[in-house]
Ligand binder design. Structure first.
Ligand code: SAM
Ligand code: SF4
Length: 511
């Protein structure tokens, strides 16, 4: 495959060279001054112990903390620790109502849709819970060629109607930054025709990949990636070290935990945190997510753009997902998402197709802001499988639970008055990182997002919706238009003019 070797980044002669030399210690050390890590295990255990020493389910204390969240303040770690203990059903309901209210006041009644695109599953690591791990002989390995990337986009953008992707890669020198850049550029450049004959394509590519050095992240910034997502898996160092062998690149806990600091340094200021729930104690993990967010705020004045909540799912050649003693049930999962929503009001929360349809439907009420749909996580899964949602265990990383199509999800949400947004305007107008956080705090971003949600939803309805979906979704878009006219009279004439142009077949008009 012809790859353009970028001269500003380091290259490695083989896997052994990569494993020995990829990590740059000085790019870790500068974010751990005095060797002290911002994920202070003793502090987290002390916070949790203190929270359990207080009277449990104290309505006054819970309501005081909820009131603080409602005013869109970020909670202190000790407040999050206390909320994690709440298990009284009525108080949990109050927390859930507040979570939804907060989501509405920051993000309005919209949900952003995206799809994962698995691009390569070569991997030098051996994470014990993952089907892609390098020592799994059952896994079929492949990396997409640029023609294959285009075939995937033909389906994702041309047949399903997605505008936002998360590109996912295993970690391997064969498929490192040069390959990321080439595949991402290919995605952006590939325009296709929708079933109605309009020109469509992918407008935002987020990335989920292994941590990179600053120079490599700068290359991705230049290609125009959206969010860089790295899940920590577990913040509990002894568990992390047990699940990620020390002789692998991923075995380095500090390299992974400092990745977002390097992202910010490189100008990639939309970063996506996540924990793979089920590997260690959930309360410890939520606290660690909060401390990680606080450290980013401390250094760069920017919190995480998103937090994801993957849960362990069955995977090829491993029984860790079934046997882990820390697996969480749906009731705990709800507490995790709701408490996170209350703790970091401005951060987007992602619930993926790993979750059951019931959890994702309920997740709207917990303050989730982004979901995927029509997802296929096999390499070349979209173009190979006739049926969009088919799964094949040894070609994918794990098994999905919610196999609904994008149209099914959109119509289910529309019936509940939720509008689906495909908006990608924010990062294309430079509203990223601290800038988008400020805009969210002042309510300005909400305004743009509402308008852009309507414009992009209209595009999707006209290009991809079945007559039945169109019928079910029309009331939502009409009521949104009415709200925009009333709430933003100054913008209305321009919005209406953009909307009418989209109805006449123009595309990609945004605020
Ligand atoms: N290889 C890169 C890495 O590990 O950072 C990124 C891609 S990896 C394919 C994406 C994420 O999938 C991992 O970070 C992990 O959280 C998640 N994952 C791995 N195995 C899983 C499983 N069995 N169930 C659910 N999620 C899993
Ligand atoms: Fe490789 Fe990522 Fe899977 Fe670990 S989680 S084996 S690094 S693909």
């Amino acid at each position: 495959m012809p790859l353009t070797a970028n001269p500003t980044i380091r290259h490695f002669k083989d896997v052994a060279d990569y494993k020995a030399n990829f990590i740059q210690q000085q790019q870790i050390d500068r974010y751990l001054p005095g060797g002290k890590h911002f994920i202070d295990h003793d502090q987290i255990f002390a916070d949790l112990a203190h929270a359990t020493s207080l009277p449990k389910n104290d309505p006054q204390r819970v309501r005081d903390i909820i009131a603080k969240s409602r005013e869109l303040n970020i909670l202190l770690p000790e407040e999050t620790a206390y909320m994690l203990q709440v298990d009284d059903p009525d108080l949990l309901n109050e927390m859930e109502h507040a979570a939804l209210e907060i989501k509405r006041s920051v993000y309005d009644n919209r949900i952003v849709m995206f799809a994962p695109l698995y691009i390569s599953n070569y991997c030098v690591n051996r994470c014990k819970y993952c089907g892609f791990r390098g020592d799994n002989p059952l896994e079929k390995r492949r990396m997409l060629t640029m023609d294959e990337v285009k075939q995937e986009i033909d389906v994702l953008a041309g047949k399903i109607g997605h505008k936002r992707l998360i590109a996912v890669y295993g970690e391997h020198p064969l498929t490192s930054t040069d390959y990321f850049a080439e595949t991402i550029q290919t995605i952006y450049d590939h325009q296709v025709l929708s079933p109605k004959g309009t020109k469509v394509g992918i407008r935002r590519v987020n990335v989920n990949a292994a941590p990179l050095p600053v120079e490599d992240l700068r290359v991705l910034h230049q290609v125009g990636i959206g969010t860089f997502q790295v899940f920590q898996e577990t913040y509990h160092r002894p568990t992390y070290e047990r699940l990620h062998p020390a002789d692998t690149v991923k075995g380095n806990y500090d390299w992974r935990t400092t990745c977002f600091h390097r992202c910010m340094e490189a100008g990639v200021d939309d970063v996506g945190l996540g924990v793979l729930f089920g590997l260690y104690d959930w309360q410890f993990e939520v606290m660690a997510l909060i401390y990680h967010s606080r450290d980013l705020e401390k250094w760069f004045n920017i919190g995480p753009h998103t937090i994801s909540f993957p849960r362990l799912e069955p995977a090829s050649g491993t029984d860790v997902p079934e046997k882990s003693p820390y697996l969480i049930n749906d009731a705990i999962f709800r507490r995790i998402v709701v408490t996170t929503r209350l703790s970091v009001p401005y951060t987007g929360l992602i619930l993926t197709c790993r979750e059951s349809p019931a959890s994702r439907d309920a997740g709207i009420n917990w303050g989730a802001t982004q979901m995927d749909a029509s997802s296929n996580i096999a390499i070349k899964g979209y173009s190979d499988f006739e049926k969009e949602t088919m799964q094949e265990k040894h070609r994918q990383q794990f098994m999905l639970s919610d196999n609904r199509t994008l149209e099914q999800l959109i119509t289910a949400f529309a019936k509940r008055g939720v509008i689906t947004s495909f908006c990608t305007a924010g990062y294309r107008c430079g509203r990223t990182g601290g800038c988008i956080m400020d805009a969210l705090k002042t309510g300005k971003e909400g305004k743009f997002c509402k308008i852009n949600a309507v414009l992009t939803f209209r595009e999707w309805l006209d290009d991809f919706a079945s007559p039945e979906a169109l019928r079910l979704c029309t009331p939502v878009i009409e009521s949104e238009l009415k709200e925009i006219e009333q709430e933003f009279p100054r913008f209305w004439p321009t919005v209406k003019e953009h909307y009418d142009r989209i109805c006449r077949g123009e595309r990609d008009l945004f605020f």
